[in-house]
Design a protein around this ligand. Structure first.
Ligand SMILES: Cc1cc2nc3c(=O)[nH]c(=O)nc-3n(C[C@H](O)[C@H](O)[C@H](O)COP(=O)(O)OP(=O)(O)OC[C@H]3O[C@@H](n4cnc5c(N)ncnc54)[C@H](O)[C@@H]3O)c2cc1C
Length: 405
């Protein structure tokens, strides 16, 4: 007999639908498949999304990818940036440092890769074992004692034992279950625009960051490519709600904020106006009292986005996926599993979300005084023997992964 009380031959595979095929979704799919579940992943994009901006995998999340067997391939894909140079208002160099010294990564252990490279690796790992439905999404969820009846946008209808929302910061799964995002979104006082532009400055394997109080412009040369990742970030006490769904208003807002700026900023603003891949958003976190309701749970940014200001979104997504699958493997009752997932992961999430406070991001000081202090701190880093490590990155020890007998 099994813990369900059913003889082995009567036990059926648990069916799980995951919404979202970026980081948390495929990572969860991998571990659920390993524990014997039949997994379906639905992704609203027509194909795997490639988006190339760099993301970090650090601390406990390194152990997750090692257990998935993809650590060597991620090390091959590691972006080995040479330096991070901070510029003043006129473009003069304030200080040039190793990137790891700035963000508290452990050199030789923590990894920085293009987001698209990580998503592709995760997808390749599970695509033969897991059903992927691209170009579709969940329309309605109807829970009952026997499962979750799902109607997809395409019109197809299926029933699953469990559903997990891994559909990011602006999760539709969260909204349909728990209500509007505003209830859980904690605005951190910044807005940002990212886009790619030609590498006319000849930058190579480096990050250049220009600051004035409340404004920052960055160019990131990943490898020796012809393209740069450009980033314009600015402080705003209240979120610009009117601009959030209007690309023209976003462009005007950013151009207005950076009018009159020095260094290469006018060129960045021109490139932003031309960019066909502009992504504009506010920096914020998702904080929820619970990450599940009935047979539906959330993982990754959908449940606990820490914001890019912490650099921990991907690591939380990988660790959260592992821990959720571990809890489901350890408990046949999903209510107990979801409770264990929350109990074991919440402190880790809280520590990482606490790495940044509203308007207090180290890389983006909002006052002249804060900028001076930040620059002095960076100059000190040049002479420090090692980077200031962030204990939050490694604050969770992973349990062994064991499926129910
Ligand atoms: C500018 C910027 C810089 C960043 N820098 C870093 C960094 O340095 N380090 C770091 O660790 N993290 C960084 N992040 C954050 C990181 O990208 C995310 O935290 C991480 O990818 C979380 O993964 P996720 O799978 O939970 O969500 P996401 O990566 O957001 O994926 C959600 C997926 O769900 C899909 N989806 C959305 N809605 C639906 C729907 N209704 N139905 C089906 N599918 C849907 C989306 O298409 C997407 O594929 C950065 C983010 C930004 C914006």
């Amino acid at each position: 007999m099994t813990p369900t009380g059913l003889p082995d031959d009567v036990r059926v595979r648990r069916t799980v639908l995951i919404s979202g095929a970026s980081v948390a979704g495929p990572a969860l799919a991998y571990w659920l498949h390993r524990s014997g579940c039949a997994v379906t992943v639905v992704e609203k994009a027509d194909a795997l999304r490639d988006g190339g901006y760099p993301i970090d995998v650090r601390g406990t999340a390194i152990e997750v990818v090692r257990r998935m067997g993809i650590l060597p391939r991620l090390r091959d894909a590691h972006i080995d940036s040479r330096r991070c140079t901070f510029l003043d208002a006129d473009g003069g160099t304030v200080v040039s440092l190793k990137p790891s010294a700035v963000v508290g990564s452990v050199e030789g252990q923590d990894i920085e890769v293009r987001r698209g490279d990580l998503a592709a690796l995760l997808h390749a790992l599970v695509r033969d074992d897991v059903e992927f439905l691209f170009g579709d999404s969940i329309d309605t969820l109807d829970q009952s004692a026997r499962g979750v009846d799902v109607t997809f946008r395409s019109g197809r209808q299926r029933t699953f034992d469990l559903v997990v929302g891994a559909d990011g910061m602006h999760s539709h799964t969260r909204e349909s279950l728990f209500g509007p995002e505003e209830r859980f979104h904690r605005y951190l006082g910044y807005c940002f625009a990212i886009f790619t532009m030609p590498n006319t400055l000849g930058l190579s394997r480096e990050l250049v960051l220009w600051n004035t109080p409340g404004r920052a412009a960055a160019l990131y040369a990943v490898g020796d490519h012809d393209e740069l990742h450009a980033f314009l970030n600015f402080h705003r006490p209240q979120p610009p709600l009117g601009a959030l769904r209007n690309p023209d208003a976003q462009r005007d807002l950013v151009a207005g904020v950076f009018a009159g700026a020095g260094w290469e900023v006018p060129g960045l603003v021109d490139a932003m106006r031309e960019a066909d891949d502009l992504f504009f958003d506010t920096a914020g976190q998702i904080r929820m009292p619970h990450w599940s309701q009935g047979r539906v749970a959330l993982v990754g940014d959908a449940a606990y986005a820490p914001s890019f200001l912490t650099g921990q979104g991907t690591s939380l997504a990988l660790v959260g996926a592992y821990m959720l699958a571990h809890s489901l493997a350890a408990h046949r009752d999903h209510t107990a599993a979801f409770a264990a997932y929350e109990r074991d992961v919440r402190a880790f999430v809280a520590m990482n979300q606490a790495l940044v406070d509203s308007g207090g991001a180290t890389l983006f000081p909002t006052t002249a005084q804060a900028l001076e202090q930040r620059d002095a701190m960076l100059r000190d880093l040049v002479t420090l023997p090692s980077a200031p490590l962030r204990p939050a990155h490694s604050a969770l020890t992973l349990p062994a992964f064991a499926a129910l007998p």
